[in-house]
Design a protein. Structure first.
Lengths: 312, 253
């Protein structure tokens, strides 16, 4: 099966989930696949840094958390309008991304990983210290983001399709970005930063732009997660979660646009299926991940035949 | 007109003085070669001009701008192009795409994140012209990884040319080339010199003698002579320096 067919099947499959859930009388599937799609968005955003810019961020859960807390904290104060919550969450994440990025993208390799991890931990500890908003125990959100009378997220199917639509929108945006002038500059920086500097590109600036876009995208997954779970907790921001998002992108295939979607879906379904049999499902997953990273540099996506390899 | 003027450039690494008070200049449209034995400080000198190393002392003025402490990309934007000793082309991309990145550097519009750049005639047309100029016509869709060593050097040159530099730093452009490949690049550089000034670091003396209008000789981090090729070769200080280091090397071995 070629890549195009697989990607199409995935998208058609996601679109069909509400129908299938209804037919099978399993409304839980909506929540499960809604969650999968949300992590697809997180994985896509972290892969913008990992696969496009060539930076390993180990702190992206902080941006997911910022989005989730924007919904939670606003709701706590009775501000339930999504027209307020969402721009606020996105702006906060962009600002945090700008500050964290401005410090981090000066560094490369291991140092970049460590500084993003440190910032991630900083945000996590701040969130868990916010006992007013539940801290580590979390806080229930009484009402989902309201969008006037236009969209009612209280309806699980509506929320699910909104999540799917946003995921698809991000796929389109990333596709366009990868073929644009900005995408050319970013690909050049990943391939050879010193060459790009010698050509006259201020590479620091472009890496920072990539970081901010990625942070902003990731915060949207947080906005959606808070709505899907009706809950926000500091646990959304742990370094383990940052790691999981990274692994999703890695397993799916970081050198591709669609890989992170495959990775997020595969990992979360694996967890769903095997955790029903044993609490130690991670023991099975671990070795599989090691093998994938060792022997499949382009991830699961790389296993599929590329119909246009000759031309690309 | 003097395009580049370096005065008193000094660079130390710990206790070692790699460049000692170098005075150096380049006229517009001139090929100025820098030669010297291994370890004379040629690469350090080049790195100071390009901005990879900032000098400990001295100043560099390029085209009327004091660039002594400017970052690499600012120097490039002012028209200081550079080719690397080891070709740094983008191996996974085709020849034309490589050059298009250079064109892009000159054109700007880098924040455009939506419009397709891969079929953008504004990038590809100039790129195609430069591709033909460096002698790679017909190779535009070949991946850089599939090009021969010599062709990659041509491509490296093309990328730098795409940024429309007024001065080009060439670090051993003939390194590792066969005689025929070498000839192609020598001819190419000679052709460039009609419009672009060149600083040429090269071990191939035949190429240097054929191309350079002036030669500076660097020994132990110092310029011991500057002048026309014939004057420099005849300079007793140069002969002594080269012989001395040769002796030293032989004694060492």
């Amino acid at each position: 099966m070629s890549r195009k067919i697989v990607a199409t099947l995935f998208i058609v499959g996601f679109a069909a989930v509400p129908v299938i859930a209804k037919l099978l009388g399993q409304p839980y599937y909506l929540t499960l696949f809604g969650r999968i799609l949300i992590y697809c968005i997180s994985a896509l955003s972290v892969n913008l840094l990992l696969g496009f810019v060539g930076l390993v961020s180990f702190g992206h859960a902080m941006f997911l958390g910022i989005g989730a807390y924007a919904v939670g904290i606003c709701a706590y104060y009775g501000i339930e309008s999504g027209f307020v919550q969402w721009p606020l969450g996105i702006a906060a994440a962009a600002l945090a991304g700008l500050i964290v990025g401005a410090i981090s993208v000066r560094l490369t390799g291991l140092y970049f990983i460590m500084i993003t991890l440190a910032f991630g931990q900083l945000f996590y500890f701040v969130a868990s210290g916010l006992t007013l908003y539940g801290g580590d125990d979390g806080m229930t959100i009484d009402a989902r983001s309201g969008f006037g009378g236009y969209v009612n997220l209280g309806n699980q199917t509506t929320l699910y399709y909104l999540i799917l639509a946003i995921m698809l929108l991000f796929l389109v945006l990333l596709h366009r970005l990868s073929r644009s002038r900005l995408g050319m500059v970013i690909a050049g920086i990943r391939a050879n930063e010193s060459r790009m500097q010698a050509l006259g590109f201020p590479t620091y600036r472009y890496k920072l732009i990539g970081f901010v876009i990625s942070a902003t995208m990731c915060s949207v997954s947080g906005l959606l997660l808070a709505n899907l779970t009706d809950f926000v907790t500091a646990q959304y921001m742990t370094w383990q979660r940052s790691g999981e998002i990274l692994v999703m992108a890695l397993v799916g295939g970081m050198s591709s646009l669609f890989g992170p979607v495959i990775g997020a879906t595969a990992l979360l379904l694996f967890e769903e299926v095997f955790s029903a049999y044993t609490d130690h499902w991670a023991v099975i997953l671990g070795p599989i991940l090691v093998l994938i990273v060792l022997y499949m540099p382009h991830g699961l996506w790389g296993l599929l035949p590329d119909s246009k390899k000759a031309s690309s | 007109m003097k395009l580049l003027v370096a005065r008193g450039l000094t660079k130390r690494f710990g206790g070692i003085v790699a460049n000692r008070s170098i005075d150096f200049d380049v006229e517009s449209g001139e090929i100025h070669a820098v030669i010297g034995p291994n370890g004379a400080g040629k690469s350090t000198f080049m790195a100071q001009l390009s901005g990879e190393h900032l000098p400990d002392e001295g100043s560099i003025v390029f085209d009327g701008h004091d660039i002594t402490r400017l970052p690499i990309h600012r120097r490039a934007q002012l028209g200081l192009g550079r080719c690397f000793q080891v070709s740094r082309v983008f191996l996974e991309h085709s020849a034309i795409e490589n050059i298009a990145v250079g064109v892009l550097a000159r054109q700007g519009g880098h924040l455009r994140a939506w419009r397709d750049a891969r079929n953008d005639a504004a990038l590809l047309d100039p790129a195609r012209r430069i591709l033909a100029d460096v002698g790679l016509a017909g190779r535009e869709h070949v991946l850089a990884s599939a090009l021969s060593h010599g062709e990659r050097r041509q491509l490296e040159l093309a990328m730098a040319l795409a940024t429309e530099p007024s001065l080009l730093l060439l670090d051993e452009p003939m390194a590792g080339m066969g005689a025929s490949e070498s000839r192609v690049v020598v001819d190419l550089i000679a052709k460039l010199a009609a419009t672009i000034a060149v600083i040429l670091i090269e071990h191939d003396m035949e190429a240097v003698m054929a191309l350079a209008k002036r030669i500076s000789v660097l020994v132990n981090g110092q310029v011991v002579a500057t002048g026309t090729p014939s004057a420099v070769i005849a300079d007793p200080a140069v002969q002594e320096a080269y012989l001395a280091t040769d002796h030293a090397r032989r004694d060492h071995a």
